[in-house]
Write a protein that binds this ligand. Structure first.
Ligand SMILES: [Zn+2]
Ligand SMILES: [Zn+2]
Ligand SMILES: [Zn+2]
Ligand SMILES: [Zn+2]
Length: 240
């Protein structure tokens, strides 16, 4: 999607607004975050905790800053990404880190040379600077880029993954009027000349109903890199 303005999002600790990269820097120095994590550090057994930046592999408009302790598994991360961004009809998925493909291993079947089960703790894979990818659905694939931004030692309690920040919905307008886009016409999307760089498949409710393709092949605009793909219609809400 060709838009000049980078999407922004709010820090869950202090409520300030930043772009994806601004947030990466901000989270390292956010005083409210430091206060919360510092208080917790006095309270018990410490573990390695990883800061992971997840973004769509296309334009980076969709992004999540996540944090998780080393014992969280790639499988749990996959479940989180499905819940917030990806799940439409139970497609297979895989991570790739350092040439190894972590996927759903079906018991009784042989694995390929570089395949492994995604049921591994992230501590076995993550370290600061490590980059990887995640693919959901090997047909109409949604590809994500992952980067381990930082590691700290602290006390972890609660859910296996915490959301520290995410992008606000991209500012998409109806193709006809100036209202916010609510629907994607899938016919228009397939027909569009991608070379012209115009996203002319977005419509408000009124203009979706009015235009020649009618609304049979429409999907809602949602805050997810999978919008408009397969049957994806959300929820695109934080699962935890
Ligand atoms: Zn903050
Ligand atoms: Zn699907
Ligand atoms: Zn409109
Ligand atoms: Zn259309």
């Amino acid at each position: 999607m060709a838009r000049a303005k980078a999407t922004r999002g709010l820090c869950v600790y202090c409520g300030k607004e930043y772009t994806r990269w601004g947030m990466t820097k901000h989270l390292q120095s956010c005083p409210q975050r430091a206060e919360q994590t510092g208080q917790a550090a006095d309270a018990g057994k410490t573990v390695p905790i990883f800061h992971l930046l997840v973004q769509d592999a296309y334009g980076g408009d969709f992004w999540l800053h996540l944090e998780m302790p080393g014992q969280t598994t790639l499988q749990e991360l996959d479940g989180y990404l499905r819940a917030i961004w990806l799940e439409c009809c139970g497609h297979l998925s895989a991570f790739e880190f350092d040439g190894t493909r972590y996927t759903q291993i079906i018991e009784g079947f042989d694995t390929w040379g570089n395949e492994a089960s995604m049921d591994v703790p992230v501590a076995q894979v993550f370290a600061p600077g490590v980059q990887g990818s995640h693919e959901y659905d090997f047909g109409s694939t949604t590809e994500l880029a992952l980067e381990v931004v930082a590691e700290r030692t602290g006390v972890w309690s609660g859910k296996p993954i915490a959301l520290m920040a995410r992008n606000a919905p991209p500012d998409l307008k109806c193709n006809v009027c100036d209202k916010a886009a609510e629907w994607i016409c899938i016919d228009c999307m397939y027909e569009a000349d991608e070379a012209d760089g115009v996203d002319d498949w977005f419509f408000c409710e009124e203009h979706l109903l009015e235009h020649e393709h009618e609304d049979e092949m429409a999907l809602p605009v949602v805050n997810s890199p999978r919008m408009g793909t397969c049957g994806y219609d959300g929820p695109a809400e934080p699962p935890y």
